[in-house]
Design a protein around this ligand. Structure first.
Ligand code: S3P
Length: 514
């Protein structure tokens, strides 16, 4: 403002008149915001004031980061964070890992689209879920927190989102991009979705193609990669879609588009995938029909705000379930873990390998089953992993490969080609790392063959993939020498306090030179 006041009045006169429409739009937004603030002060609306000032503080913090050139780049591009894991050890104690990533994303999305104020507890304060919060803030939703896992979302209703001021940056988060694309395809405004180097390589045609069939107008980069530009103002029509791959992200994307599409939208999956979207839609009072492998919604209903308690993420618990299974003399309890039947593949596979895991204190919290999981060390043996368990353990394979390396005998995985298009090519990257430690690991087009047995330490690369970094961290318990793991910064996307919980339970891994 002082710069404007201090510079040439004729120039500003010209600029304002030459850009009349844009200036008027901006002034109108500014005036509306001031009117709303005035109204809130006048009527003593503390709730509204809290929202305004929360958003202001977040924006201010964000600007400071932009000015210091730290926005978005802290962890995302810091490729030289190295973990050093010391060999041996055992695990003990009771821990609670952070909140479920999939449920955290969805709580923000559906909370934003609901009417009323949604309170979330146990929210995962990792970068991926924070990217989703930022996206909805960019679209005008007032979101308080997260603070100690608590988030308050002031829903704007299904038709209340506003055009974002620029491209929406989603960091490393494929879930954010795929689910948002379905929602944005039905909005009245244009939007562009971008991400970091890893997300920019991931396939988006799996959502763009069916969305186009519903009437969406979407452009992608070459070969269907991000960025995605989604044209607003399209009328979507419901359809039935037979998914070619078992993907909860694709299913959820289409169901979200279906909230706006004329008539019914149904999706049939080739194998069961996580059903958090269906469960949570119901939790918000939106009818969803599920019959066998088909989920169906129709437009015309609304979402009503609710209270969400996010269970601990079984995908984060998995590192400790595996570690305590193969590290001799271990006994560990993981509290309040989500055990949704579409997510428990890791428990079933570990049990097939001889693992000793018991579920205690089983209960239901907000439509999701949870339990405390007690795990004791056991002699693991190699197995042929049943293909029907693949989608139920899709994010846990990196660490299950470590279990296979520590087990006696051969483990064979097939039918898991989806692993090649995750945050990294998880088949290749794990095979390379395991081989570097002296494990016999042979990648195949859709899986891997691993010969279990003794292995040593060495140097491995996580390729910026959080789950690879954490998998090699726990491999150290079984190794005869230290493991040095490169590219670990993205652990913060899903498990910000991973190292602290390792220290607490007995896994000796830390940032090198720290
Ligand atoms: C997720 C679904 C899975 C999973 C991802 C989270 C979700 O992806 O790998 O980490 O929240 O819907 P796909 O459904 O594409 O396999």
């Amino acid at each position: 403002f002082t710069r404007i006041a201090g510079s040439d009045p004729v120039m500003w006169h010209d600029i304002f008149l030459a850009n009349r429409e844009a200036v008027l739009r901006t002034l109108d937004v500014f005036r509306d915001d001031l009117d709303a603030l005035r109204e809130a002060v006048d009527t003593g609306d503390g709730h509204q004031l809290l929202g305004v000032f929360t958003r202001a503080r977040v924006a201010r913090e964000h600007f400071s980061k932009i000015l210091a050139r730290r926005a978005y780049v802290d962890a995302m591009h810091n490729n030289d964070l190295i973990y050093l894991a010391q060999p041996g050890g055992s695990l003990s104690g009771t821990i609670r890992v952070p909140g479920d990533k999939s449920i955290s994303h969805r709580s923000i999305m559906l909370g934003s689209l609901a009417e009323g104020t949604t309170e979330v507890e146990g929210f995962l304060e990792g970068e991926d879920a924070l990217a989703t919060i930022q996206a909805f803030r960019d679209m005008g939703v007032v979101i308080e927190g997260p603070q100690n896992g608590r988030v308050t979302v002031h829903g704007v209703g299904l038709h209340g989102l506003k055009a974002p001021p620029g491209p929406i940056y989603l960091g490393n988060s494929g879930t954010s991009m795929r689910l948002l694309s379905g929602l944005l395809a039905a909005q009245p405004f244009d939007s562009t979705l971008t991400g970091d180097a890893s997300l920019s390589k991931r396939p988006m045609n799996r959502v763009a193609k069916p969305l186009r069939e519903m009437g969406a107008v979407i452009e992608t980069g070459p070969e269907g990669r991000p960025p995605m530009t989604i044209r607003g103002g399209q009328r979507l029509t419901g359809m039935h879609y037979d998914m070619p791959m078992a993907s909860a992200q694709v299913k959820s994307c289409l169901l979200l588009a279906g909230l706006y599409a004329a008539g019914e939208t149904s999706v049939t999956e080739p194998a069961p995938t996580r059903d958090h979207t269906e469960r949570m839609l119901r939790g918000f009072g939106y009818p969803v029909e599920v019959e066998g492998s088909t989920a169906k919604v129709e437009s015309g209903h609304k979402l009503s705000a609710t209270h969400i308690e996010v269970p601990a993420d079984i995908s984060s618990a998995a590192f400790f379930l595996v570690a305590a299974s193969f590290a001799e003399g271990s006994e560990l309890v993981l509290q309040h873990v989500g055990i949704n039947p579409t997510r428990v593949g890791v428990i079933e596979i570990l049990r097939l390998m001889g693992g000793d895991l018991s579920l205690e204190n089983q209960r239901e919290v907000g439509g999701e089953p949870v339990a405390d999981i007690r795990v004791r060390s056991a002699r693991l043996k190699g197995i042929d992993i049943p293909e029907d368990l693949v989608p139920l353990a899709i994010d846990e394979f990196p660490v299950l490969f470590v279990a296979a390396a520590c087990a006696e005998g051969r483990t064979v995985l097939r039918g898991a080609e989806e692993l090649r298009v995750k945050e990294s090519d998880r088949i290749q990257v794990m095979a390379d790392g395991l081989k570097a430690l002296g494990v016999k690991a042979e990648p195949t087009p859709d899986g891997i063959v691993i010969e279990g047995g003794a292995f040593g330490g060495g140097e491995v690369w996580a390729h910026g993939d959080h789950r690879i970094a954490m998998s090699f961290s726990v491999a150290s318990l079984c190794a005869s020498g230290p493991i040095r793991i490169h590219d670990c910064a993205n652990v913060a996307t899903s498990f910000p306090n991973f190292l602290a919980l390792c220290a607490q339970t007995g896994i000796r891994v830390a940032v090198e030179n720290n």
